[in-house]
Design a protein around this ligand. Structure first.
Ligand code: SDX
Length: 392
């Protein structure tokens, strides 16, 4: 009892929860999914194996993995009428706006997987969302550049298929670069789940009312869009371009330290990590691999690495334990792959969908779960007498 309100034993109703999916030790920079370290998963597993792990709690054996992959592949196409949505958007609509609209609208098509009381429908909606997010995302990109939508290709892996739908065109065969497909797969793994972050908490809160999973994931996409959260990867690249040259870094670091200046170093700091974000390490290594494979010399990478070096030695950042997070290097990789900034957070949403839906499923299947009802500390006028307008 805090003197303000009694602690509610049914703590799920205050937005906090128990979970067995992801463990983070922010002080030690540890991230594990169902007990497996993110470094191991990023290096040794593929994204669909991690999806299986997050949903079922175990890494799949070969037969389980092949069946899961086949099941997901069978859901990669979207209802043909969903194509009509895109024509209703402006060509210059932000792709995250299209994702919010299109994913929410999936509940207008897939009525056979919106009954959350049915375990099979819960699973089918999870498979549909994991399978269709890359298709919906690639369609948003194609629409923005006036190119025809590309259908999924069942002969390709999840990440190969995503790249083919993004960059393939009907007039010629698209050859997927295996190094880029592996890099994309690893990036999806790094973004797959992250415990009770803002967007996952949004999905849980929306789902606690019994809303259908497509609507809940659309709510998660909306929350992820913010620059303090998933929108940071897009904001990092804008910041690196604004800095422009390593000689300008000290000025920006000073701006970030100035409490009167709203500027923050995008891609730095974290609500939980007070040590290096383990995902950022893998992302930086992937960044070097992709730029080497594509033979890209990006001066923004030089700016990013020098910014990290300077910030890591700066007393303010050391004292406040501010390190690069998952978003710091991802944008440089996406840029090298030819993905526009406006699509960076969309890729984060594609990856995070499995985390959202695994956490949603865990909550729905928890018999003690109640509708979410975060508490407040009321600090307003407790009671006042009404005044007629002439007396106000
Ligand atoms: C993601 O929660 C998750 O798990 C999210 C995520 C996921 O996978 O779902 O990890 C993904 O959202 C990563 C974060 C991406 N956002 C950014 O990179 C935006 C830039 N970062 C900041 O906006 C900030 O670090 C936050 C929003 C991420 C965290 O902000 P907090 O909660 O204020 O961080 P804090 O409490 O640790 O801050 C301690 C101090 C504060 O100053 P004081 O009040 O002590 O004086 O450090 C300051 C902050 O103002 N600070 C920064 C800073 N981040 C924090 N100062 C300058 N630059 C920064 N980037």
């Amino acid at each position: 009892d805090t003197g303000y309100f009694t602690y509610d034993p049914g703590f799920t109703s205050t937005g906090s929860c128990e979970s067995t999916i992801t463990y983070i030790d922010g002080d030690k920079g540890i991230l594990r999914h169902r007990g497996y370290a993110i470094d191991d998963l990023a290096e040794k597993a593929d994204f669909l194996e991690v999806c299986y792990l997050l949903i079922y709690g175990e890494l799949p054996n070969k037969a389980e993995r092949d069946k899961f992959s086949a099941d997901i592949t069978m859901h990669t196409m979207v209802h043909e009428q969903m194509r009509n949505f895109y024509n209703g958007f402006r060509r210059d609509a932000h792709p995250m706006a299209i994702m919010c609209g299109s994913v929410g609208a999936m509940s207008a098509f897939y009525h056979d997987s919106t009954d959350i009381s049915d375990p099979n429908q819960r699973l089918i909606s999870a498979y549909r969302l994991i399978a269709k997010m890359p298709t919906i995302a690639a369609m948003a990109y194609k629409y923005s550049i006036g190119q025809p939508f590309q259908y999924p290709n069942n002969a390709l892996s999840y990440s190969e298929n995503f790249l083919a739908m993004m960059f393939g065109v009907p007039c010629e065969k698209y050859n997927v670069n295996p190094v880029l497909a592996k890099a994309m797969d690893r990036i999806l793994i790094l973004h797959a789940d992250h415990e009770q972050n803002a967007s996952t908490s949004t999905v849980r809160l929306a789902g606690s009312s019994g809303a259908n999973p497509f609507a809940c994931i659309a709510a998660g996409i909306a929350s992820l869009w913010g620059p303090a959260h998933g929108g940071a990867n897009e904001a990092v690249l804008k910041m690196l371009k604004q800095i422009g040259d390593v000689k300008n870094i000290p000025d920006f670091v000073n701006k970030a330290k100035d409490k009167n200046d709203p500027f923050r170093l995008m891609g730095f700091g974290h609500r939980v990590y007070k040590n290096y974000d383990p995902r950022a390490k893998v992302m930086q290594q992937t960044c070097h691999e992709v730029l080497k494979e594509l033979n890209v010399q990006d001066p923004l990478l030089d700016v990013a690495q020098e910014l990290e070096r300077i910030a890591r030695e700066d007393e303010y950042f050391v004292e406040k334990k501010l390190y690069p997070n998952v978003d710091f290097y991802s944008g440089i990789i996406f840029k090298a792959m030819g993905i526009p900034e406006s699509m960076f957070t969309v890729l984060f949403a594609v990856a995070r969908t499995v985390g959202w839906i695994a956490q949603w499923k865990e909550m729905i299947e928890d018999p003690s779960q109640k509708i979410g009802r975060p508490r407040q500390l009321f600090t307003g006028d407790v009671e006042r007498e009404f005044k007629e307008v002439q007396n106000r």
